[in-house]
Design a protein around this ligand. Structure first.
Ligand code: IMP
Ligand code: MG
Length: 177
């Protein structure tokens, strides 16, 4: 395993992630045959997933990003969502796929979903690499889920704790030392 860290226990290897990304791409293709699709990635956490997923989906797609803040620092959701950086394209009448790293309480994706819906797209679907359903505070169901996981705080493949570990090619369970 590349980039071994003492305080991080392997949960999903780079190989397991890339295999699942391929499977998700095939599902997304099947649901969007002949349609234009705009992927909207939520920064920074979804940057790795977005890059890999976008390159695997064999459709004509466009890419945009949003930055929303949900966590201050640390491992507990602040519960309030703020748009730091908005998308740079019109989505009215278009098919949108939100690309997210992980759904935890559901508050972030719920707010983003409602916000994007208000801009009158033809459809909005949600693709999340990870889902922690046991942590939900708001009902949200993603259309595409990479892996459903237990209530662990995870890092790597884009996900961080206080800005660290986003560069790890695998996903691991973080334990503070
Ligand atoms: P939610 O609003 O509670 O669903 O939080 C979603 C956001 O919190 C995700 O987009 C992540 O950026 C972050 N997050 C939630 N759980 C974790 C985790 O286990 N590790 C790293 N980031 C997380
Ligand atoms: Mg995120």
């Amino acid at each position: 395993m590349a980039k071994i860290r003492q305080n991080i226990q392997l949960l999903l290897s780079a190989q397991a992630i890339s295999q699942r990304v391929i499977e998700l791409a095939r599902l997304i293709e099947a649901h969007h045959v002949g349609k234009e699709l705009i992927l909207i990635g939520l920064l920074k956490g979804a940057y790795c997933f977005m890059a890999d997923l976008a390159r695997e989906i064999d459709l004509d797609i466009q890419i945009s990003f949003m930055t929303v803040s949900s966590y201050g620092s640390g491992q507990v959701s602040s519960g309030s969502i703020k748009i730091i950086q908005d998308i740079d394209c019109a989505i009215e009448g278009k098919n949108v796929l939100i690309v997210e790293d992980i759904i935890d309480t559901g508050q972030t994706i719920d707010a983003v979903f409602k916000y994007l819906q208000s801009r009158l797209p033809a459809s909005v679907r949600i693709c999340t690499l990870l889902d922690k359903p046991s942590c939900r505070k708001v009902f949200v169901k993603a259309d595409y889920v990479g892996f459903t996981i237990e209530d662990h705080f995870v890092v790597g493949y884009g996900m961080d704790v206080d800005g660290n570990y986003r560069d790890l090619p695998y996903i691991g369970i973080y334990t503070s030392v």
